[in-house]
Design a protein around this ligand. Structure first.
Ligand code: FAD
Length: 386
């Protein structure tokens, strides 16, 4: 909770959920916090090492069942995302993309052979996955994708480019979405297949403790069994995004919590005009408003998590959570930065790093505008996408 658990939110968690949260909080304190400012500054993160450590704790694909996955509740997974993102949004992205996008796609749409081949190794972190939907010219509108998959005898030939793909430069397998004569289909593509190249995207000012890349597919020949048999149409990748967005609804609260806790500590220790910043009414108004928003966001996340565990979570409900919680988390990060004054822009404190990261979180997995359109369509019955 944020400094003080204003609403006694802990009482709505089970003992097991609290224990999982404590384990993830400890690993973040030990393995992420001491190093993350340096990773961020250098734009380098030991992602493979972290993946193996998170895998050993059962965090990769933790809400999936079988194939070495932990089979936890959606709420427990959400709490894990919150704790990871309290460390850094990039570190949470590593876990989200692995579990909710790449592993989920294979788990939900793959053949038994594909599941056996990839999921146990991905659950331990021995194999890294990525999820290639976005293209250089097609982001919010993936239905216009130009990456093509065509039949050549029994084989498939893939051609195109995927852009802004988390984990791509370190991945062993990419779930690639491509247009075929029958519509959009998904493929599990080993990254060492001839014709596949991944280039790291540099000069990012956000999510610097996360590896992001471009994947070029140059007439990549794949056997028939590389296609995910149950992935039919654009609704398949969108189903994966619903999974991952649920984790973000929780995760963003972690970044916001870390900012709030930092600002609270700072405000009680920094003195101006002869008294701690926390003693000024304007500072208290900021802290109170942020704490209220944070607690509202948490209640929303918990409600959506419980709906997911009941098997009743709908995509537009996830849009409500993603839109609100990322937007509010970013607002909290920016407000906390003001409380830290000049120190707010320093890498010695985590606040500006979180704020910069949340700019990416606001954009990926559906921008705020796209979620507004999803909610608007549900409210009005009218699609305003085009
Ligand atoms: C760090 C990072 C990691 C990422 N990781 C992945 C990944 O692992 N896999 C993957 O597939 N993608 C990934 N993405 C890509 C991300 O999902 C896209 O950036 C996102 O979907 C937006 O697409 P775009 O950047 O092309 O923006 P555009 O679609 O070009 O949108 C630009 C602006 O126009 C607005 N806009 C677009 N359409 C409309 C409309 N109809 N009405 C109103 N406004 C509109 C948008 O909201 C946005 O504000 C990542 C992005 C980042 C930054």
């Amino acid at each position: 909770m944020v400094g003080v658990d204003l609403l006694d939110l802990d009482s709505s968690l089970t003992e097991e959920e609290r224990q999982i949260r404590a384990v993830v909080r400890r690993v973040v304190d030990e393995r992420v916090r001491p190093h993350v400012a340096g990773w961020y500054e250098a734009g380098e993160v030991p992602a493979r090492e972290l993946a193996r450590e998170f895998g050993a704790l059962g965090l990769l694909g933790m809400h999936l069942t079988g194939y070495g996955c932990a089979g936890s509740t959606a709420v427990a997974y959400g709490l894990a995302c919150l704790e990871l993102e309290a460390g850094d949004s990039g570190v949470r992205s590593l876990v989200s993309v692995q579990g909710s996008l790449a592993m989920y796609a294979i788990w939900r749409y793959g053949s038994e052979e594909q599941k056996q081949r990839w999921l146990p190794a991905m659950a331990t972190g021995e194999a890294i996955g990525c999820f290639g939907l976005t293209e250089p010219d097609h982001g919010s509108d993936p239905g216009s994708m130009t990456t093509r998959a065509r039949r050549d005898g029994d084989d498939w030939i893939l051609h195109g480019t995927k852009m802004w793909i988390t984990n791509a430069p370190i991945a062993d397998v990419a779930v690639i979405w491509a247009r075929t004569d029958e519509g959009v289909r998904g493929f599990a593509v080993p990254m060492d297949t001839p014709g596949v190249t991944a280039r790291e995207i540099g000069r990012k000012m956000s999510l610097r403790a996360s590896v992001t890349g471009e994947i070029a597919l140059d007439d990549v020949r794949l056997p028939a069994d590389a296609r995910l048999p149950e992935a039919i149409g654009l609704k398949a990748p969108l189903g994966c995004l619903t999974e991952a967005r649920h984790g973000i609804v929780w995760g963003a609260l972690g970044a916001a919590r870390d900012c709030l806790e930092t600002a609270l500590t700072y405000a009680t220790t920094r003195t101006q005009f002869g008294r701690p910043l926390a003693g000024f009414q304007l500072t208290q108004a900021k802290l109170a408003d942020m704490a209220v928003e944070w607690h509202k966001g948490y209640l929303l996340a918990l409600h959506l998590g419980r709906l997911a565990d009941a098997g009743r979570l709908r995509p537009e409900q996830v849009s409500v959570g993603k839109l609100n919680n990322v937007r509010e988390a970013l607002a909290i990060a920016r407000e906390c930065r003001t409380i830290l004054g000049a120190n707010g822009v320093s890498g010695d404190y985590p606040v500006m790093r979180h704020a910069n990261n949340l700019e990416s979180v606001l954009t990926y997995e559906g921008t705020s505008e796209i979620h507004q359109l999803v909610i608007g369509q549900r409210l009005t019955g009218v699609s305003a996408f085009t």
